[in-house]
Design a protein around this ligand. Structure first.
Ligand code: ADP
Length: 193
């Protein structure tokens, strides 16, 4: 059976950590839209050059760029058996990928929302020290971090509502250590089978 998953949550919520663990356990390709964009920037492609100023300011990269990069990568894995980390960030992105997958005869199985409070995210950032974990990132200024949080706050509600209504949403309490969060996610994924 093929498995198509998405994991979303505020910047700094720990979604990449969970996405890697999920990918390993279920043998899925892991695509982080943020990392794919950073890879494009590193390779100095036109898409990367177009994306860079948005990322550095903590703004969302325009949909046409994000879709192009995502589709390029999904095609490499025949549009199946993947987890996408950091997408959808806008309702429009969710509706786009839903249609895209439907056209390929693939279902969208589940959107996992890792729900972490702003206070917990700030505490983890302080504990980690400046930008220890993300030393390769150029978007760790206080302004860019605040901007990412605002984009998330402004856009997350409609995405949740839309996929909740289709029973495609699993919300998990992310204010806990990595393992109990992962255990809950595994239970939800195993129910899809
Ligand atoms: P974080 O979880 O801290 O936001 P990411 O690596 O997921 O980090 O994303 C870094 C940046 O990449 C975002 O601030 C945004 O500029 C861009 N980005 C990532 N995913 C998307 C997306 N789905 N739509 C638009 N921009 C995105």
């Amino acid at each position: 059976m093929s498995l198509n998953l998405f994991i979303i949550g505020a910047s700094g919520c720990g979604k990449s950590t969970q996405a890697k663990k999920i990918a390993e356990k279920y043998n899925l390709s892991h695509f982080s839209t943020g990392q794919l964009l950073r890879d494009e920037i590193a390779s100095q492609s036109q898409l990367g050059l177009d994306a860079k100023s948005y990322i550095d300011q903590g703004q969302l990269v325009p949909d046409d760029i994000v879709f192009a990069i995502l589709v390029q990568n999904l095609q490499k894995v025949d549009n199946r058996d993947f987890i996408i980390d950091g997408f959808p960030r806008l309702l429009n992105q969710g509706q786009y990928i839903e249609k895209y997958l439907a056209n390929k005869g693939q279902p969208l199985d589940l959107i996992i929302h890792l729900d972490v409070t702003v206070e917990e995210i700030q505490k983890r950032r302080a504990d980690r020290g400046d930008d220890f974990q993300d030393a390769n990132r150029t978007d760790n200024t206080p302004e860019a971090i605040a901007s990412r949080q605002k984009f998330y706050d402004d856009n997350n509600g409609p995405i949740m509502d839309y996929f909740q209504a289709k029973s495609k949403l699993f919300r998990v309490d992310g204010n806990r250590p990595v393992e109990p969060i992962f255990d809950d996610i595994v239970v939800a994924i195993d129910k899809l089978k």
